[in-house]
Each structure stands twice: as C-alpha cells, then as structure tokens.
Write a protein that binds this ligand. Structure first.
Ligand code: PFF
Length: 446
C-alpha cells in the first residue's frame, strides 16, 4: 500500500515537533486562557487536564495509529481499516473530516490574520505610519481580507514545499523560540502588582464551578487543542516510520501541548489582573469576559505597554510567535485535503496546495462579509460538533471494526516490546468502551 517514494518525517524529533506544532496554536495561547478565565480558572484547568488524559490522549493514539497503518491519505487509511463491504463508509468519513478541517482553516486564517496585524502594527508605528498601524488593529472588512490573505499565502507556501522541507523544518525551528519567550514574559509579569491574584485564580480550583457545561467546554477545548477528529493527526501519522513508538510519541505531543496551554495560562491570567489594575476592562457587569478577544488584544498589549520602549520589541516578538504557532497549525489543516488531492486525484502538491488553499480562502471571504452570522456558526459546527463526533466515530472504528489483534500488531510494528504492558492490553478495550461512553455522557449531560 505504501509507495516507496511517499514522504516521511525525517526524524522522530521532527515528527514530534510537527505534530506538536499542529496542536500548539491559537487554541493554547488564546482559547485555553480565555476558557479558563471564563470558567473559574483552576476548576477548568483541572477538568481540562483530566479530559486530555482520559479522552484526548487515547484518541490521539487511535488517530495516529490509523494513519500509520494506512501510510496514505485519510480516504485510503480509513478504507484500509474497514472490511471490503464498508470501504465507502471510510471515504465518506474522510470527506467529512476533510471538509471540517477546511472549515476550521477558513476561520483560523481570519483570526491568525488579526495576529499578523498586531505583529506588523508596532513596526509601522516605528516607521511613523501610525494611521496604517491603527487600521491594522481595527476591525474592518478590508483589514480582515488583507490579513487573512497574507496568512493563507504563507500557509500555502509551506504546504506546497512538502513534508520534510516545509512542515518539519519550520515547526522544529520555531516551537522552541515560542517557549523561551513565554518563560521570559512570565518572569516579567510576576514583577508587576496584581499578578498573584491571577495565579491564585488559575491554580486554586473552586470545585463549586465544575458543572456539565464546564466539562463539555473542557472536552471541546481538548479536542481542538490536540487537533483531533478532523484527520490531521491521521495524515501526520501516515508520514511516520514504522519504527516510531506511537504511544510514547503521542504522550510527548500531548504533554507539550498541555504544557504550553498551562504556560500560556500562567502568563495570561496574571496579566489580566495586572491590566485590570491599569484600567483595562476584563469582566463586564454580569461577570463575563468583556469579549473573547480581550485577553489577546487588550490584556497582552496592555502588559507590553507597561514595559516602556522594550514593550515594542516584546510585542513584535510575541505576536510574531503567535503567528508562527498559528502557521504550524494551519499547515496541518491544509495538509489534510492536499494529501488527499495528491494521492487520490494525482495532482502535484504544488497545484493541489494552490487550488485548495484558494478555495478555502473563498470560504474565509464569505465569512468575512457575513461575519455576524457565519463566523460563530462555522466555529461551532466544526469544533463543537464535527471534531468530537468524528473523534467518537474513529474510536468506535478502532474499538469495534478494526480487529483488536490488527490494532495491536500495528502498535507493535517496529517496536515488538511495546503493547506488551498492562496499559496496552487495556487500551483497545478502553477506546472501544470507555471513550465512547465518556463522550456520550459529556454530550448528553450538557
Ligand atoms: N490545535 C490547533 C490549536 O490549538 O490552535 C488548532 C487545530 C489544528 C485544530 C489542526 C484542528 C486541527 F486539525
């Protein structure tokens, strides 16, 4: 099934960084702190970690395993684990995943575009172009179109260059820089008055906040953050060598992703209280976050302003890294339909990247022109429904349809010693029974 010329990640580390690059993005740095700040801080953190361990991690292993077994795009990988009579179901599921990935990219590129604007704007101020700088930071159709297009072009550029040269190279270079900057900024924020209140909110859970809706939000956030359910991890898994130890690799990816979400929380929640002391409105009268953009577009710039001139530099670096984190995620989203078009339709990678990238941009344009009605709709449909439902279906396929012995044989490939331990004897049954039940419970309890 695997063709000899098919691309692969060139090293284990390269894969981990690329998969972690897909996982780490706006979801960690923007979504997670926003959710935590709206859902009782520590209580959300606790439930989120639980969701990653009991649900997201086992399903990440499942999705990677399907991809590596198939060594092909999701259409073929899903067909490969299904019996002959049901191959069509595999194609349909992959198409749904592919469309969902495209929808996520269509709104993700708009959000990431705003970050591009915040990255460029201080540079323009330094050049004396204050008007343009203000325009880039202010919501308008023109600005949204321009910045989305810029971000989408960057995404297309990386994907058209392929797996090792494009995706792996960029992810490996940029991920470590992101972590370093976070550590420096956390060090700074704790020299400011008010930071410890944020730390308290984030780390000391108020158990009375935990209810069905918080649990549901934590599950959605974990799925989004680990890029689950829309075949992204399946495609990345298909570029993995058989020697890769899947459970261990998946654990590393999940730990990096969760670690960065926590680090982002350690910066953003304290920064919230510091900004509040400096007059930025965080919560409105009804106790809700003033807006979902507050933390990234009000709180953080307010933090940078307290740093004097150094704040300009930090702001440029910070937003540059946000854009990069978003880019390593967006390339994984575009890779899903591109891999399918290359292998199923025989297109070259270059042509497929351009055509599909432009088609998704058209969807972004539609969203931008109908922001009030379309944006939330697409976000909710893709992340609250498509991601968890497809994740559930993948768990059911691995648990019930793909034979247990074949799953374990795939896990052991190239690594005969793994899948012997207790956990790996438990995992197939766990994905078969516990994961689906847990997910159904979280869905219906809400
Ligand atoms: N995991 C990314 C983030 O946290 O920003 C978003 C994402 C990427 C979701 C890829 C889904 C996906 F397939």
């Amino acid at each position: 099934m695997a063709s000899a010329s098919r691309a692969q990640f060139s090293s284990r580390m390269g894969f981990i960084l690329a998969a972690a690059g897909s996982a780490v993005g706006l979801g960690n740095i923007w979504g997670f702190p926003t959710q935590a700040a709206s859902n009782g801080g520590g209580a959300f953190l606790l439930v989120y970690i639980l969701m990653v361990v009991v649900l997201a991690y086992p399903l990440l292993v499942a999705e990677l395993t399907i991809g590596r077994y198939g060594q092909a795009n999701p259409i073929r990988s899903l067909q490969a684990i299904l019996p002959d009579a049901a191959k069509n179901i595999g194609s349909v599921l992959a198409m749904v995943g592919l469309i969902a990935a495209s929808c996520i990219l269509s709104f993700y590129a708009i959000l990431a575009g705003w970050l591009v604007g915040f990255f460029v704007s201080p540079l323009l101020v330094m050049l004396g172009m204050d008007n343009v700088a203000v325009w880039l930071e202010t919501f308008s159709v023109g600005r949204n179109l321009l910045l989305m297009a810029a971000f989408m072009l960057a995404t297309i550029y990386v994907v058209k260059n392929g797996v090792a040269e494009g995706i792996e190279r960029w992810s490996s270079r940029l991920m470590p820089v992101l972590v370093l900057l976070f550590v420096i900024l956390i060090g700074y924020i704790f020299t400011q008055e008010g930071a410890s209140d944020g730390l308290h909110l984030f780390l000391v859970p108020d158990f009375s906040q935990i209810d069905a809706s918080l649990i549901h939000s934590a599950m959605g956030q974990a799925f989004f953050s680990l890029s689950l359910g829309v075949c992204t991890m399946m495609v990345y898994g298909s570029y993995l060598k058989k020697e890769a130890n899947l459970p261990k690799t998946a654990a590393q990816v999940a730990m990096i992703d969760t670690g960065i979400a926590i680090v982002a929380g350690l910066l953003v929640l304290p920064a919230m209280f510091v900004a509040q002391k400096n007059g930025v409105e965080i919560y409105n009268e009804s106790g809700q976050l003033a807006s979902s953009g507050t933390l990234v577009f009000d709180v953080l710039p307010a933090t940078f302003e307290t740093m004097g001139n150094a704040g300009y530099v930090v702001s440029v670096i910070f937003f540059a890294l946000m854009v990069i984190a978003a880019l390593t995620s967006s390339i994984s989203l575009l890779e899903v339909p591109v891999a399918a078009a290359v292998e199923e339709l025989g297109q070259t990678r270059k042509v497929a990247s351009w055509i599909i990238g432009l088609a998704i941009s058209v969807l972004s344009v539609l969203i931008i022109f109908n922001f009030g009605s379309l944006f939330d709709l697409i976000v909710v449909a893709a992340t609250e429904y498509a991601q968890p439902i497809l994740g559930l279906v993948f768990a059911l396929l691995v648990g019930w349809v793909w034979h247990r012995d074949k799953v374990l044989a795939e896990l052991r490939e190239g690594n005969p010693h793994i899948a012997q331990g207790l956990f790996w004897r438990v995992w197939p049954a766990y994905v078969r029974i516990v994961c689906p039940l847990l997910m159904l419970y979280v869905f219906f309890a809400k």
